[in-house]
Design a protein around this ligand. Sequence first.
Ligand code: PMV
Length: 320
Amino acid sequence: MRATAIAQPNIALIKYWGKRDVVRNLPAVGSISITLSELQTQMSVDLDTDLPGDVLLVNGGEEPRFLPRISACLNDLLGEQRSFARISSHSNFPMAAGLASSASAFSALTMAAAGAADLSLSTRELARIAGRASGSAARSLYGGFVELKNDGDSIELESLMDAESWPLQVVLAITDTGRKETGSTEAMEISRKTSPFYDDWIVRQATDLDAARTAIEQRDFAGLAAIAEHNCLKMHSIMWASRPPIVYWKAATMRCLQTVRRLQGEGRSVFFTIDAGPQVKAVCLPEDTEVVREALSTTPGVKQVMTSGLGAGARLVKKT
Ligand code: PMV
């Protein structure tokens, strides 16, 4: 009746932005991500309780704010007749700041809750349930390079390559640890309804996915860098052109981009990507990690730098 799972966030190289179906939380486009190794969320779910309602502890303190989405995800997995749960989550990185904390949280939650309830669901089924809570969470059930396909009436996931086959490194530059003003669901809907570039984004995504898949298959770093930066800047252009505009960047975000451009000019194998927040994720080859880390940590406005390799998908670590 009690289980603990660990999951890591994933970083999209080809982004998911926009929903085809808000109620079922189906993405409007496919996406490709890498699952990290060093940033982790550990989630315990205890279903053996006499509680009058679900209780959520985040890093030891009660967090009723996140509870509605967590409870809805548990209902989706276990049915509404389930007993109430004590859920305890620990993460070693800041939440709700564009570091994909919801991806590691909901992928770990579905795995832990299925373990606590003794359900034998496949990774694919768990991914679909996690994806209904947070679109990007479906990808964290898998390790390494992951594609979320958006064909048909539901999502399909495919592991493109494992983490060991191309051990890229990611340097995460934290420029702001505050919570973001506009959550991704609301921001995606604003983009869909108002951005003049939105329809074009949907049409062009297949080409970007093809280019990234080919670059990954061939371990072509320059090819992956070019398509990932293009896709990231295209997603942010849609946001900037929305009404009201959605601008997640801080001044330090731009400075990090300039740092990455300088390093590229010096021959380093590195590229940037940015999600729904102000943090910059620099993806690089292992031999350039230290130089990238040093350059980003001394970029004005950067508060903290974290480094991670690529890792495995969500897994159950304890069941009692
Ligand atoms: O899963 P959500 O609702 O947090 O949306 C994530 C969207 C991006 O991080 C901006 C892109 C992506 O594919 O992860």
